[in-house]
Design a protein around this ligand. Structure first.
Ligand SMILES: C[S@@+](CC[C@H](N)C(=O)[O-])C[C@H]1O[C@@H](n2cnc3c(N)ncnc32)[C@H](O)[C@@H]1O
Length: 273
């Protein structure tokens, strides 16, 4: 479903969504899963948007967080979403059409189309892990946030995943290929240093864990089996039979009440100095 592609001569890495009907339905289910709803609630609580503020969401995707931000800042405020994916932006515009103070812009984290100091706060959840040049992207973020403004970044480290598969060798092969969908599957380790060097003072660091102790079809991890399977199938020697065997193995863990999954999202809140 996701593919990485170079979009221009700077070899910017952009995750583009192949938005067929099945992929679109799957994305919608993942974003509506209780695990991801909780993750959004935690992001919102950490950013603490205030009525009247002007807020940027970098890589706003299908726009769920934009709608929550719009409710928080109210019509006296403004919310800008930005994403390079036209299909994502179409979904986000549709989702936020009831809020005249929300704008969804086509663009890239590496070249934000806003004047210096435009925003009181900025948020970006699971986006910078797709971006190749983090120092350049964070310099852009610092430029468009006013001094004293807040930024909240949330990213995944795929080293934090715990997933019970019986065939560990196949599982490791599949997840190694899945890592390839990101520019940096281990970005959280280095984000605090990157943020400090870009001119942000860190005020909070925390994790949002996702814990799925059972095989629930609506959980993040069971939906992610399909997302991972769609991406790795046919890549780096992963065959259809490999993907099917891996998915069947995880389903069998569930049937035997022997399933367990957890992963951490890492959150960094900073203030622009
Ligand atoms: C996993 S989705 C996250 C969407 C949204 N932030 C959320 O958490 O619901 C990743 C998003 O990052 C966007 N993206 C990838 N590379 C980007 C870049 N260089 N600049 C801005 N957005 C980017 C993708 O188009 C996609 O919408």
């Amino acid at each position: 479903m996701w593919r990485r592609t170079s979009v221009d001569t700077r070899e910017v890495t952009v995750a583009m969504l192949e938005f067929d009907d099945d992929g679109a339905r799957l994305i919608e289910r993942v974003y509506r899963s209780p695990d991801v709803v909780e993750q959004r609630a935690r992001s919102l609580a950490l950013l603490a948007p205030q009525p009247g503020e002007t807020i940027l969401d970098v890589g706003s995707g299908p726009g769920f967080l934009l709608a929550s931000l719009a409710e928080a800042v109210g019509p006296a405020g403004a919310v800008h979403g930005l994403d390079p994916s036209a299909p994502m932006n179409a979904v986000a515009r549709d989702r936020t059409s009831g809020f005249s103070w929300v704008t969804v812009d086509d663009g890239d984290a590496l070249a934000l189309p806003y004047a210096d100091g435009t925003f009181d706060a900025a948020v970006s959840t699971q986006v910078y892990e797709y971006v190749g040049d983090i120092p350049a992207a964070l310099a852009e973020l610092r430029r468009v946030v006013r001094p004293g403004g807040r930024v909240l970044l949330l990213d995944t480290d795929w080293d934090s995943v715990v997933w019970h598969a019986a065939d560990r060798a196949l599982h490791r092969r599949i997840l190694a290929v899945w890592d390839e969908h990101l520019a940096d599957p281990h970005l959280p380790c280095t984000l605090p240093g990157h943020l400090r060097r870009a001119g942000f003072r860190l005020t909070d660091r925390s994790i949002v864990p996702i814990f799925n102790p059972t095989y629930d079809p609506d959980s993040y991890s069971v939906l992610t089996i399909r997302t991972v399977g769609r991406y790795v199938r046919g890549r780096s020697g992963i065959t259809d039979a490999d993907v099917d065997a891996w998915a069947a193995d995880l389903e069998a863990r569930g049937a035997e009440d022997d399933y367990l999954f957890s992963i951490n999202r890492y959150c960094f809140l900073g203030v622009a100095e």
